[in-house]
Ligand binder design. Structure first.
Ligand code: UDP
Length: 340
């Protein structure tokens, strides 16, 4: 048995895939999450319903389970909501992360992988985007991610806290064999929305077809959530052996337009989707494509599942899962011998 890793937001979309990846590599995992979303039934994982600012419970957990590293995924993730109510985002994503970091320091935990985002770049000056590209986030959401990256840099210099910020481009796909996938409330992301349109016979909304791209719709870099999960494990292992504070892009390096995704969904589902062209969504750049050479150099990470067919097929298989028909489980599993 390897070490025990704490995953915040480990019942969410990316967190749950990361938990599975760690379990598959013999780690023991403790999850803290505020919501009851995806729980994996495995003897080496324990779930606690807990806020990341709950310092006393987290200290108790870290000591009891001898936590040696942390993957910090817990955050609010909607760009639009962050524009409408920035206070909520700064409070949750920045202030509470600071509280978490100070709890970890008090427990002498000095290894953290942070869920960052391509949103830190804002509107790119060029694509593909390397990590050295200027960071000018245009939404409060992106700013919260940049602020935490900056805090982590200072914590490394002052306290020696090692960290790796993983800047995800468009996380997509699912792991239906383990009943894991993307399920947000409300769902704003393209692939699940197009799949819903296909399955329910609804029109699919396209936000803008007058962008300076070959078909006029936005180009994004979709990266499979299983590839993202693997990068978290590799980053933890890298931090075990190397004292660094670093940020890496995670993407597939392939740009796909909204219409190309819709075509792929039509092919996979064998259904025709009616289109509803709408004006551009505020803050959407025409192109977002990752330069991932750093992730390859540092972590020997390369996407394995991120071709568009694998992404869309897995997301479609997950949408047809019975779990999707049911409500979330309304309980959290806890260590049966110890309930604080
Ligand atoms: N998009 C769209 N219709 C939708 C949802 C998204 O046209 O119902 C577009 C969106 O404008 C963007 C791309 O699809 O250009 C990817 O959006 P998503 O919200 O999935 O991810 P983002 O790039 O915003 O992180």
């Amino acid at each position: 048995m390897k070490q025990t890793i704490l995953v915040t937001g480990g019942a969410g979309y990316i967190g749950s895939h990361t938990v599975l990846e760690l379990l598959q590599h013999n780690y023991r995992v403790v999850v803290i999450d505020k919501q009851c979303s995806f729980q994996i039934d495995h003897p080496q994982v324990t779930y606690f319903q807990c806020d990341i600012a709950d310092s006393s419970l987290i200290k108790t957990i870290c000591l009891r389970y001898a936590i040696t590293g942390v993957v910090h995924c817990a955050a609010f993730i909607e760009v639009g909501a962050s524009v409408a109510d920035p206070a909520r985002y700064y409070q949750n994503n920045v202030i509470k992360t600071l509280q978490l970091l100070d709890t970890l320091r008090a427990c002498s935990i000095d290894r953290l992988v942070f869920s960052s985002s391509a949103a830190v770049y804002g509107t790119p000056e060029k694509v593909p985007i390397p990590e050295t590209h200027p960071c000018n986030p245009i939404s409060p959401y992106g700013k919260t991610k940049q602020m935490v990256e900056q805090i982590l840099a200072d914590y490394y210099t002052a306290y020696g806290m090692r960290s790796m910020s993983l800047r995800y481009f468009n996380a997509a796909g699912a792991y239906p064999e383990y009943h894991l996938g993307e399920r947000h409330e409300p769902e704003t992301h393209l692939i699940p929305r197009v799949l819903e349109a296909a399955l329910n016979g609804q029109r699919c909304t396209i936000f803008g077809n007058d962008y300076p791209t070959p078909d006029g719709t936005c180009i994004r870099d979709y990266v499979h959530v299983r590839d993202i999960a693997r990068a978290h494990r590799l980053a933890l292992e890298y931090l075990h052996d190397n004292a660094v504070c670093n940020a890496l892009n995670l993407g597939s390096t392939t740009g796909l337009s909204v219409l190309e995704i819709i075509d792929q969904v039509q092919e996979v589902t064998q259904r025709t989707i009616a289109l509803d062209f709408r004006p551009r969504r505020a803050g959407d750049p025409a192109y977002l494509i990752a330069d991932t050479r750093q992730a390859k150099t540092v972590l020997q990470w390369e996407p394995e599942y991120s071709d568009k067919k694998a992404i869309v097929s897995s997301a479609y298989a997950f949408k047809r899962e019975p779990i999707f028909q049911n409500n979330y489980q309304n309980h959290f599993l806890r260590d049966k011998n110890w309930i604080p």
